[in-house]
Write a protein that binds this ligand. Structure first.
Ligand code: 2BA
Length: 109
């Protein structure tokens, strides 16, 4: 068995959960925050049998789209004032950031 940890954009999360559930995957949805943008994203935990991995990854790839996002990032400290000056940066976010781990044990007690 594997555990998929998929960090996705909030815009894709609802459709992704529905698609995974309708194909029989168990899903847990967590509200998370990206370290760089400090904006909300969604992390899904999906426990899957080894032979179902390809199907789960195909659904994630189909639904999660890359998007440009404008974020406000702090510049280095400006001179002696010690003030942070925010400036906009454009970054390409997603489709999905996916980690796959081996599951040693899976129990429902
Ligand atoms: P954030 O950390 O908010 O990052 C959002 C996007 O900002 C990233 O998209 C990337 O395009 C850009 N970015 C991140 N760090 C950067 C930096 N130091 N300089 C310039 N641009 C930077 P994605 O790579 O698609 O990542 C989307 C979200 O996935 C991340 O949100 C974070 O929550 C998660 N993530 C990505 N890589 C990760 C990792 N190695 N470990 C844990 N979480 C990760």
């Amino acid at each position: 068995m594997k555990l998929i940890i998929a960090i996705v954009q909030d815009e894709d999360a609802g459709r992704l959960v529905s698609s995974l559930m309708s194909e029989g995957y168990g899903v847990t949805k967590l509200a998370t925050t990206g370290g760089f943008l400090r904006a909300g994203n969604t992390t899904l935990l999906v426990g899957v049998a080894d032979d179902k991995m390809t199907g789960a990854m195909a659904i994630i790839e189909k639904i999660c789209k890359s998007r440009k996002q404008i974020a406000t990032s702090p510049s280095p400290v400006a001179g002696s004032s010690g003030m942070y000056v925010p400036y906009p940066v454009e970054v390409m976010v997603g489709g999905a950031t996916v980690f796959v781990m081996d599951v040693e044990q899976f129990k429902k007690v």
